[in-house]
Ligand binder design. Structure first.
Ligand code: ADP
Ligand code: MG
Length: 337
């Protein structure tokens, strides 16, 4: 009798323990959205369901936040319409404004008139005349998002969230995946890499930072629960009739594509929206101002490559960085506070 009860209990325990830790699987998905190639990989029980949710979120955000889609929420705001905002868009606009203030205007959500004039929204690139640039700079209206009676509109100018939307999307993905029980995921939104937790084996994710000149990797950083977000002029640029290279990050101070001796800057931090906006802003600031900004602020690390081939690495990430032999890098310098 006891034997039989014992056997039944044992069988029950085995059953509970088996269903209690159903098998985890690793799956990934790649697709094109937000103007870039996206790869998301997750390790959890129903990996396909998590990936389906993640892809749908990226596509929904693109529909709301793109400036190239004429019926997106941002395009409608830019056309002067009033809109009732969803909570995510309200959060994105608030964070964009906070980052403008934090970077003293180097990150400027109101940059859209200039991005458009130089042809980066359509691919019909052109170099505006100096007089036109000065007029366009007057159309950049900082802090222009207003909300009255539950409706949001722009008090002037137009907005472009291309320098922060992918970072915010990465934050929403890591938060949502965590809620779905995922504790290990890697999200790559075209060079914006966000790591949730560690690799399935518990070790740190190893994230390659690309050379600005080709597809090769110039260094690898090891991180857990952090993002590595890079800005450079090499992803989207055109060569003018004058032979000059014009990149897609525009200085809100000169109205011209940034060309200041910085080849690429990567920000390593916990929050994607912050790291994304910051990488754009530090690229605008230039080598010395970017390093000074790092010294004056906490909460992030930098890997900054100059046109001359110096790779500056701030002290917080120094021990977690492995340099690869790469023609883009002539010397590596640790930056301390
Ligand atoms: P990517 O989107 O290629 O990863 P960034 O995050 O640096 O690169 O964002 C660049 C985009 O941000 C540009 O394509 C443009 O839409 C927008 N942008 C350009 N200059 C600025 C600026 N000074 N401040 C804020 N956004 C900018
Ligand atoms: Mg950015």
């Amino acid at each position: 009798m006891y034997k039989r009860v014992f056997a039944a209990l044992l069988a029950l325990m085995l059953c509970v323990s088996l269903t209690g830790c159903a098998k985890k699987e690793t799956k990934s998905v790649s697709f094109f959205a937000m103007d870039t190639y996206i790869t998301i990989s997750v390790t959890c029980e129903d990996a396909q369901a998590a990936l389906d949710w993640a892809q749908a979120l990226v596509e929904a955000n693109e529909k709301k936040w793109s400036t190239t889609l004429s019926d997106s929420l941002v395009s409608r705001l830019n056309a002067g319409e009033k809109e009732a905002l969803d909570a995510d868009t309200a959060r994105l606009l608030r964070r964009a404004e906070e980052m403008r203030a934090y970077t003293d205007g180097a990150f400027e959500p109101g940059i859209y008139p200039l991005v458009k004039a130089w042809g980066f929204t359509t691919g019909e690139y052109r170099v505006p005349l100096d007089g036109e640039t000065a007029e366009l700079l007057r159309q950049v209206v900082p802090d222009n998002v207003r909300t009255e009676n539950g409706e949001t509109f722009l008090s002037g100018g137009m907005i472009d969230l291309g320098g922060i939307a992918k970072g915010m999307t990465g934050d929403m993905l890591t938060e949502g995946l965590k809620q779905r029980g995922v504790d290990s995921a890697l999200i790559n939104l075209g060079g914006n890499v966000q790591a949730l937790g560690a690799k399935p084996d518990g070790s740190a994710w190893r994230i390659g930072i690309q050379s600005p000149y080709d597809d090769s990797v110039m260094c690898v950083v090891s991180v857990k629960n952090k993002c590595v977000i890079t800005s450079g002029a090499y992803e989207r640029y055109f060569v003018g009739e004058d032979g000059q290279v014009y990149g897609h990050i525009i200085s809100p101070f000169t109205g011209r594509p940034v060309s200041n001796g910085v080849a690429s800057v990567s920000v390593i931090a916990e929050e994607g929206a912050m790291a994304d906006a910051l990488s754009t802003a530090l690229f605008v600031m230039g080598e010395q101002a970017a390093l000074d900004f790092w010294r004056a602020h906490e909460g992030f690390d930098l890997v900054l490559l100059t046109d001359g081939g110096t790779l500056y690495v701030t002290e917080g990430i120094w021990n977690d960085l492995t340099k690869r032999s790469n023609g883009a890098v002539k010397q590596v310098c640790e930056i301390k506070r």
